[in-house]
Design a protein around this ligand. Structure first.
Ligand SMILES: [Zn+2]
Length: 156
């Protein structure tokens, strides 16, 4: 098999919200409603993620690049830690693909995803088209807390 036009993972481009005052206010409220202190860096990242009220799937690398274009001095490690903190606060859901690539989804409702192998892009799949009839029983002493459905796609 010949792989063509594989985009590097960190070039997966999510279009983030514009950093307007409205977006910043929205991001700030998003944080405080979840009990997070709205530090300047957190507010900037939150505004980019949810400032326009749209849901998106972000990578740490993509968000880092977007923050850099807004003159926000923030390290990639800080972006990662902030995204994890947003997850812990119940604001984001982390979706891992290939055991290494993490996407952070602002849509907290259960829904399946399409993973586009050629562009390393994660998009929402129609949620009402998925039906899970039965799951394997969790091993003794464990319970199922989530089922992530990622449908891998390859363009013809
Ligand atoms: Zn999603």
């Amino acid at each position: 098999m010949i792989r063509t036009a594989v985009f590097p993972y960190d070039r997966c481009m999510t279009v983030f919200a514009l950093l307007t005052q409205t977006a910043t206010d929205h991001g700030s409220r998003w944080l405080t409603q979840a009990g997070l202190r709205p530090t300047r860096q957190r507010v900037t990242l939150a505004a980019l993620l949810v400032g326009d009220g749209s849901d998106r799937h972000a990578t740490a690398e993509g968000l880092f690049a977007a923050a850099a274009t807004c003159d926000e001095r923030v390290s990639l490690a800080t972006v990662y830690n902030t995204l994890r903190a947003f997850c812990d606060a119940g604001l984001l859901r982390e979706i891992t693909v290939d055991g290494a690539k993490s996407y952070f989804d602002t849509d907290m409702c259960d829904h399946p995803h399409f993973y586009w192998e050629d562009t390393a892009e994660l998009t929402d799949a129609p949620r009402d088209a998925l039906e899970i009839r039965r799951l394997p029983q969790a091993p003794a002493g464990a319970k199922v807390v989530a089922v992530d459905v990622v449908i891998r796609l390859r363009r013809d």
